[in-house]
Design a protein around this ligand. Structure first.
Ligand SMILES: Cc1ncc(COP(=O)(O)O)c(C=O)c1O
Length: 386
């Protein structure tokens, strides 16, 4: 063979049997088949074997299966980020003419997608008060096909009575989808609490180092496998094998990171709760958080995100100056990594506003020394009244 052909079709042989502790990174779009008769582009690779890189290389399949194992799911699909997982659920489970219910405290881009995209496709959407519990029954119509939950919710952190919402939704034949990112898929057992579809942004705790974006959609009910899988394949959501490899590495230290984050976050939250500048700390493990009792009943732990309602005398501009004065808490979105973060939130958009929803400051505690973080908060609070 000409050397140019050898570049593509080589005869070299390397030893087999390399057994490392970590799963290899399998890259690849094309998958080759043993015979023409064996060729198929079926997306159901867990049933028919590998067919095309888009549907997952072994690295992606391993990550999906590992997350599914932790969540007690039957199938888990990977998406390029958490928001993509949200979009996948919407597109797979609703059609024109359907109605969907979304908690008012939902992650902002989910709200925007519901309003701007799903409504355009003919799906009616209502935003319900997140602490409504069994009262959701009054919001459910004959056309309601999907009820979203996010617990605790973004920014205002209300913990939802998911089992009560599930019971009411199932009574009327609606599916329940949960954004289970806060609990990292481990501190709240979505399927044991009756949820049909559980999604996570692996971007947060599984990745754990602010260096990747990935999402998952997990299901237990076999009847959801085809609609979600078909939509997943049709949109062409791909998860990079390199990112999957980083997420697999992240999984190995998830338990120790979650333990450390929980401890440090609680210490910081309790310290803030005792400060005169603070009206309330919205941390699910503190009684001042709406739904705290439900958190105690349904969760096995808390994580690293919480919000603070400052005393009403402080203006939004003062809270921004406070955030600017922090040295260790960086100004940045997302959470779940090793770096402490702060976001001043000037009144989150809500249909059902409560007085709590004026200016808040959201914190994410990282893996820095807790004492240093508290000292940083103390010096910035000292400048709050200036
Ligand atoms: C609750 C929640 N869900 C979903 C997402 C979306 O995840 P990603 O950033 O991976 O798209 C986020 C991101 O901030 C989030 O906070």
């Amino acid at each position: 063979m000409d050397w140019k052909t050898k570049l593509i079709h080589s005869d070299v042989e390397i030893p087999s049997g390399f057994r490392a502790l970590v799963p290899p990174v399998h890259r690849g779009s094309t998958v080759v088949f043993d015979s023409a008769a064996a060729m198929t582009d079926d997306w159901r690779q867990d049933r028919v074997g590998y067919t095309y890189g888009l549907y997952g290389t072994p690295t992606a399949m391993e990550l999906a299966a590992r997350v599914g194992e932790l969540e007690g799911a039957r199938h888990t699909f990977l998406t390029p980020g958490g928001q993509a997982a949200i979009a996948l659920i919407w597109l797979a489970l609703t059609s024109a003419g359907d109605h969907a219910l979304v908690p008012d405290h939902v992650y902002g881009p989910n709200r925007v997608f519901a309003r701007r995209v799903m409504r355009r496709f003919g799906v009616a959407v209502d935003f319900y008060p997140p602490t409504i519990g069994a009262g959701i029954a009054e919001w459910i119509r004959d056309e309601t096909k999907l009820v979203w939950c996010e617990s605790p919710g973004s920014i205002t952190m209300e913990v939802q009575d998911v089992p009560a919402i599930v019971a009411a939704a199932h009574e009327r034949g609606a599916r329940v989808a949960l954004d289970n990112t806060y609990a990292a898929g481990v501190h709240f057992d979505a399927f044991a609490h009756g949820v049909d579809v559980s999604m996570q942004a692996l971007t947060k705790y599984v990745g754990g180092h602010s260096d990747l974006l990935l999402g998952t959609v997990s299901l237990r009910d076999e009847s959801l496998y085809e609609p979600i899988g078909r939509t997943h394949a049709g949109i062409g959501f791909n998860a990079s094998p390199d990112d999957c490899s980083l997420a697999l590495r992240g999984l190995q230290t998830l338990a120790v990171r979650l333990d450390a984050l929980e401890r440090s976050t609680l210490e910081v939250a309790r310290w803030l709760a005792a400060r005169p500048e603070v009206e309330a700390v919205l941390h699910p493990a503190l009684p001042s958080c709406p739904g705290h009792e439900i958190w105690r009943r349904d969760f096995t732990g808390s994580t690293s995100v919480f919000s603070v309602v400052f005393d009403a005398r402080y203006t939004g501009a003062q809270l921004e100056a406070f955030a600017d004065a922090l040295q260790l808490f960086e100004l940045g979105y997302s959470w779940g990594g090793v770096t402490s973060l702060v976001v001043p939130v000037p009144g989150p958009p809500r249909d059902h506003a409560s007085p709590r929803m004026r200016s808040l400051v959201r914190f994410n505690v990282g893996l820095e020394s807790t004492a240093d973080l508290i000292a940083d908060l103390e010096q910035a609070l000292g400048r709050l009244g200036e």
